[in-house]
Design a binder for this molecule. Sequence first.
Ligand code: GRF
Length: 202
Amino acid sequence: MSQDVVSPSPIRLVVLISGNGSNLQAIIDNIANENLPAQIVAVISNKASAYGLERAKKAGIKHHVLSYNDFTDREHYDLALKNLIDEYQPDLIILAGFMRILSDEFVQHYSQKMMNIHPSLLPKYKGLNTHQRALDAGEKEHGCSVHFVTTELDDGPVILQAIVSIEDNDTAETLATRVHQQEHRIYPEAIRLFAEKKLKLK
Ligand code: GRF
């Protein structure tokens, strides 16, 4: 007797970006080439100049710019962002280099439905300049982490991490390049685990 393998229906992703969008590209590519069971229903940037918007356009994905300059304060910005996101009824929100701090209310609205990627082995090196800080501290290993977003910055349960060895001649730039390569591998993988309902929050 043959048994049909039922693949899960694609989950709906809204991806938030501010810049280059290489992680966005990795997700687009994984959906196209690696059967990642997801569809990106919208990309939203807080910066009109973000190159990731070009990537979305090229992939035929709906994209929006929501600039903070058009709002009086964080509360109103986050409300508009929430309303825009919710129009797309996403299953999961993906922060992919989105350089804005989100209000507690916003984060709680997407509790267990919002992921971030951070360029360090959390809980080490939260915040900015992670590669230089790891070098300055004489670390032998560095890396990146995908985690669920909670109200604490760069905190929340870690889903996946990738370790990168630090070489003697590394600079922040060379290290960043290798960490980025790992980001492009583990972010789609974390989304796959979510889509396949293999993540349990304890
Ligand atoms: C990545 O290094 C990620 O870890 C951090 O922001 C950067 C985004 O890069 N949160 P890109 O825009 O995906 O190229």
